[in-house]
Design a binder for this molecule. Structure first.
Ligand code: FAD
Length: 506
């Protein structure tokens, strides 16, 4: 399908937006080629984002069972002096969580371990192996669905032709009736700070630190900074988060955010909010940061072994020659599209992180599916008000729909129902009861407007709420739906009861 063969659809970028669009297009019977420069599929998400960062974070319960059954698995930490070395097969948020639990919570559950050590290279090797398996899995899906895969850097020659410098040193031209740009995003650097991926790292470098830094300074209190800060904090780093804004994760519901910040502080993460990084000096053995209050004032200095720059991401269109076809972008470089993902250039579309909207893998996937559905002459649909957001710390924080602040700004009359995890039997039983469920519903109709959950596994619990919002459900609908006992989902039901009436268990 390369060379002079014309495709129905050509996709530039094999991340969650691009590869999902490619598979869906092929499933819809369209002749499809996907071009990816990295040499592996899965994009930022699979190679240096969602997946490698989540490695290392899973339930204490699983770890406890595996320990008690002496399953010979490997996770990158060792129980020493236990007679034999137990190995756990799992990969950073998950592994670091298990290490932290083994060190700090096992004894509380009656599991005695005399000493626990982290083996960072083993942990990282396991993460890399898992990522490798998953990226190869997508190649398998491409073969199964007959998606043609071209490994190389794509650039526009015309609205229907892409020149590809292939990774083996060649060049080919790929033609398509429809071309979808799914080139994603890249790390945003800060003025005056050069990322060397050794002492000053982006999230990519933070996923591959060779040893646990004594002190890690995270610049930016967004979800990526907090997740990576959690990983290294659990493995033993002193973590200080410096943030220009007054709050961490600004998009989060204010009440939930306060509880979340307290929880992270209990885990020894320190916050310097309303603080600006003025300069970074790497001439010594560590890194010296000069800081000043965001509103101006006296400067202070802070030293660290490693600094993680986590100040957001920027759309990636370098080398694509968008100017050659005249595709319009906004001031920050995002490609402008209409509601059918079409750019101003006929036949050229864009999806995922490279267009406006939440920079999330699942949003990119939804874009991809809807975009090819439109191309195939069907109707596509993405409801951007219902894209769930999850911070994969422990506890997790997940939300869907509007925050209380947003509802207030809209001037809508509303009710709030809350239920603390401390009153949920399952959470109490596993001794993991920090958090709450908060539901916001329209006062008159009881229609749910937003749901915010801080809980272990909140990222799973949120989907019942997402479905409820998608179907325009009321809080009474959730409250009157029978929920299995004992589950954490019952906290959602009780919060729903608290919204339209009264909860039982508090
Ligand atoms: P990308 O995944 O960035 O893929 C774009 C691909 O296009 C890349 O592989 C790139 O090599 C390729 N490309 C670019 N230009 C060209 C070209 N000219 N020719 C050929 N190929 C090209 N999101 C979540 O939903 N959940 C999470 O838990 C989560 N965690 C994250 C953790 C971290 C540390 C990071 C950095 C991100 C995380 N994200 C998460 C965000 C998520 O990774 C992105 O939203 C998602 O990958 C966007 O998908 P995409 O397909 O638009 O772009």
């Amino acid at each position: 399908a390369t060379g002079s063969d014309e495709n129905d659809v050509v996709i530039i970028g094999g991340g969650p937006g691009g590869y999902v669009a490619a598979i869906k297009a092929a499933q819809l019977g369209l002749k499809t080629t996907c071009i990816e420069k990295r040499g592996t599929l899965g994009g930022t998400c699979l190679n240096v984002g969602c997946i490698p960062s989540k490695w290392c974070m899973r339930d204490l319960a699983v770890a406890a069972i595996l320990v008690s059954l002496s399953f010979p698995l490997f996770l990158g930490f060792r129980f020493v002096n236990c007679g034999e070395e137990l190995k756990f097969d799992n990969a950073l948020l998950h592994s670091s969580h298990m290490y932290h639990e083994a060190k700090n919570s096992f004894a509380h559950h009656g599991i005695k371990v005399s000493s626990v050590e982290v083996d960072v290279p083993a942990m990282l090797a396991q993460k890399d192996k898992a990522v490798g398996n998953l990226t190869k899995g997508i190649e398998g899906l491409f073969k199964k669905n007959k998606v043609n895969y071209v490994k190389g850097y794509g650039k526009f020659l015309s609205p229907s032709e892409v020149s590809v410098d292939t990774i083996d040193g060649g060049n080919t031209t790929v033609k398509g009736k429809h071309i979808i740009v799914a080139t994603g995003s890249d790390v945003k650097s800060l003025p005056g700070i050069t990322i060397d991926e050794e002492r000053i790292v982006s999230s990519t470098g933070a996923l591959s630190l060779k040893e646990v830094p004594k002190r890690l300074i995270v610049i930016g209190a967004g979800y990526i900074g907090l997740e990576m800060g959690s990983v290294w904090g659990r493995l033993g780093s002193e973590v200080i988060v410096v943030e220009f804004a007054a709050d961490i994760v600004p998009s989060m519901d204010g009440e939930v955010r306060k509880q979340f910040q307290r929880s992270l502080e209990k885990q020894k993460m320190k916050f310097m909010l309303k603080t600006k990084v003025v300069s970074v000096d790497t001439t010594g053995s560590g890194v010296k940061l000069t800081l000043e209050p965001a509103a101006g004032g006296e400067q202070t200095t802070l030293e660290a072994d490693v600094v993680l720059v986590s100040a957001g991401r920027t759309p990636f269109t370098a080398g694509l020659q968008l100017e050659k076809i005249g595709a319009e972008t906004d001031k920050i470089g995002r490609i402008l599209v209409n509601e059918r993902f079409a750019t101003n250039v006929p036949g050229v579309y864009a999806i995922g992180d490279v267009i406006p909207g939440p920079m999330l893998a699942h949003k990119a996937e939804e874009d991809g599916v809807a975009c090819v559905e439109y191309i195939a002459g069907k109707e596509g649909h993405v409801d951007y008000d219902l894209v769930p957001g999850v911070v994969y710390t422990h506890p997790e924080v997940a939300s869907v729909g509007k925050t209380e602040e947003q509802v207030k700004t809209l001037g809508v009359e509303y009710r709030v129902g809350k239920f603390p995890l401390l009153a949920n039997s399952r959470a109490k039983a596993i001794d993991d009861a920090e958090g709450l469920v908060k539901i916001i519903a329209e006062k008159e109709s009881d229609k749910i407007l937003g749901v915010h959950i801080m809980a272990p596994n909140a990222g799973e619990l949120i989907h019942e709420a997402a479905l409820a919002l998608a179907y325009g459900a009321s809080s009474e609908d959730i409250a009157r739906t029978c929920h299995a006992h004992p589950t954490m989902s019952e906290a959602l039901k009780e919060a729903a009861m608290a919204t339209f009436d009264k909860p039982i268990h508090i």
